[in-house]
Each structure stands twice: as C-alpha cells, then as structure tokens.
Design a protein around this ligand. Sequence first.
Ligand SMILES: Nc1ncnc2c1ncn2[C@@H]1O[C@H](COP(=O)(O)OP(=O)(O)OP(=O)(O)O)[C@@H](O)[C@H]1O
Length: 129
Amino acid sequence: MNGRKLAWSFVFAFRGLVWTLHTQQNMRIHGVATFVAVGLLAWLRPPLWQTAWIVLSIFLVLAGEALNSALEAAVDRIGKEQHPLSGAAKDAAAGAVLLLALQALIAGMVVFGPPLWKVFEPLWFGLGL
Ligand SMILES: Nc1ncnc2c1ncn2[C@@H]1O[C@H](COP(=O)(O)OP(=O)(O)OP(=O)(O)O)[C@@H](O)[C@H]1O
C-alpha cells in the first residue's frame, strides 16, 4: 500500500465516523457520554489502570456503535423489505452494543463511583439523606 492510499484510507475512516455522528442518534449519545467520562477522568484523576479501563471502554463503545451503524446500512442496502433475518441481524448488532455499553457502565460505576461518593457525601448528609 503506498502512502497516498494509506492517507486516503484514514480520510474514509474519519468520514465514516462523521457519518455515524450525523445519522445515528445513539452515536451522539455515546459522544456526550465520552465528554462526561473524559471530564470525570480529568477531574478525579483515578489510578492508571482505572484510567486505561475507562479509555478502553470509550473506544469499545464507539467502535461497537460504528460497526452497528455499518451493519444497519448494509442490511438496508441489501433490501428495505421486512425479513426475519434482516431484523435478527440488526437486533444482534444492537445487542452487541448493549453489552459493550453495560460493560462501560460497570467501569464507570467502579472507577467513578467511590470518589464521587466521597465528594458528594457531605451533601447527602447535609440534606438529611
Ligand atoms: N428489514 C427489516 N426486517 C425486519 N425487521 C427489521 C428490519 N429493519 C429493522 N427491523 C427491526 O426494527 C428494529 C429497528 O431497526 P432500525 O433500522 O430502525 O434500527 P435502530 O435499531 O432503530 O437504529 P437507528 O435508529 O440507530 O438507525 C431492528 O432492530 C429490527 O428488529
């Protein structure tokens, strides 16, 4: 592969990500979640392995959503008519994203839960909770 072709492949990949952001509401939701997670990382500065877990989770969810969007587009390109296999393919891909998102939620709770609890603990007790 020559350098020019390699550079174009990055452009196409980036264009694919921009397309998912424009067309997929779920990708935009994951984008917002990414900003929140990065903000919490910058604020709470967890240990390196926990930071790595969160960063990995972010990339896994975004990559999963991009693949899900690709599969949806491919299924729709094959045929827009209703078919059990088309539905099953889309459902299975959505299930994969759900699993990745659940994993990210667990990572967020394990990494950010205890320090956030510490920060807001005085507030809970101040409110008599
Ligand atoms: N061609 C089809 N044949 C049968 N069932 C389908 C077909 N297309 C979609 N479905 C069903 O409808 C669900 C929603 O499909 P849709 O294409 O709207 O994707 P989505 O999950 O809403 O994603 P998004 O809103 O991000 O595009 C699928 O998960 C599937 O169960």
